[in-house]
Design a protein around this ligand. Structure first.
Ligand SMILES: Nc1ncnc2c1ncn2[C@@H]1O[C@H](COP(=O)(O)OP(=O)(O)O)[C@@H](O)[C@H]1O
Ligand SMILES: [Mg+2]
Length: 333
């Protein structure tokens, strides 16, 4: 059975596209990142060139891909979309780079997935705009240097720690962390999405959804759409009460936590006496993939202050404990 979180996070491609901000004004929050990126773009435009390479990192759904689109749109550049998983062999990278139209924004999503071999091939392309291709094998092999059209790499990753130092240092245009969103920004995003979806959503509904969206725009949009579906099916107007009923049905509580989050917290409490416990041990107890636990569940639990990471592992905090005991007394929903 798919978890409530899984239905909120990865399966929203068409919704993402429909609601994606198309200009800087529509891109809510992340002020400092926006300002820095726009300076890099404006300076490059003034020089009549392309900006240096840029990296965005942060949890899923906080606007990394959207920024890559905005960078390309502002530069009036074509955008070439690919991902670290898709570039497996040297030939894959060579094909992409040699086929770029001049002044393209090359977006590599999940860039931490590139192998070291591909990374090394990428370095000269990023530094001096050429690609070293080895032709032939054995003693007769020779290296040919291919000049590439000018391009800007925009990388995105949820796991910046997994990026090698040398690759990270090639992002001369900046390495930017995207944070979770505050309530006010989330409400702005939800209001805009409601307009685009042709929904009249009262403020109390906007508030409810903002509070349950894990400080993440993609979750906010997905939740808005699911609450809308719920209201249509039941032929009822959007209201706070309806939101609560819908979220109950989806298994999302007042803090935006799902049964998977609660299972995580309970496991930490019961199987590990509140920790410290290593992420692999917790994941094994949950029958979950450690990567998913670390990069999908934990960031928001950390933000809420329900868990802490220490050198010896994860620890359930007093806030985490009181959340769990609150749930038992039934005042979470
Ligand atoms: N700053 C923002 N302002 C408004 N909407 C946003 C913002 N960031 C993200 N979104 C919404 O969330 C969706 C997911 O964002 P996306 O850029 O795909 O996230 P990421 O690439 O970080 O996973 C977008 O399609 C957009 O609708
Ligand atoms: Mg993305």
């Amino acid at each position: 059975m798919s978890s409530p979180l899984a239905t909120l996070l990865p399966l929203t491609k068409s919704l993402d596209m429909a609601l994606r901000p198309v200009n800087w004004d529509e891109y809510v929050g992340q002020k400092q990142v926006k300002a820095n990126v726009r300076i890099a773009i404006d300076a490059a435009k003034k020089r009549g060139g392309m900006p240096e390479h840029i990296l965005f990192y942060g949890p899923p759904g906080v606007g990394k891909t959207t920024l890559a689109h905005l960078v390309a749109a502002t530069l009036k550049s074509p955008l070439k979309n690919t991902s670290g998983v898709a570039i497996e062999r040297a030939g894959d990278l060579a094909a992409i780079l040699t086929n770029l139209e001049p002044n393209t924004v090359l977006f590599i999503d999940e860039i931490h997935r590139l192998s070291r071999k591909i990374e090394e091939l990428l370095y000269p392309a990023l530094e001096s705009g050429h690609l070293d291709i080895i032709l032939g094998k054995g003693p007769s092999a020779r290296t040919v240097e291919l000049s590439l059209p000018p391009f800007t790499l925009v990388g995105a990753t949820t796991r910046v720690a997994e990026l090698s130092g040398p690759l990270r240092s090639r992002f001369g245009g900046g390495v930017f962390q995207l944070d979770f969103y505050n309530d006010e920004d989330l409400r702005d995003i939800i209001r805009r999405s409601a307009l685009l979806l042709d929904l009249s959503a009262p403020e109390e509904v906007i508030d409810r959804i903002a509070a349950r969206s894990r400080a993440t725009p993609r979750v906010a949009n997905a939740l808005l759409k699911r609450v809308r579906d719920f209201s249509e099916v039941h032929n009822r107007k959007l209201s706070a009460a309806l939101c609560d009923e819908a979220c109950d049905l989806f298994g999302i509580d007042a803090q935006g936590l799902t049964k998977d989050d609660r299972r995580y917290l309970e496991t930490l409490l019961k199987s590990f006496r509140g920790g410290p416990a290593g992420v692999r041990a917790v994941a094994a107890a949950l029958h979950e993939d450690p990567d998913t636990v670390e990069h999908v569940y934990e960031p928001y639990l950390l933000r809420l202050g329900f868990i802490e990471r220490s050198s010896r592992g994860r620890i359930l905090t007093p806030q985490g404990r009181s959340y769990l005991s609150g749930e038992k007394s039934g005042d979470i929903f």
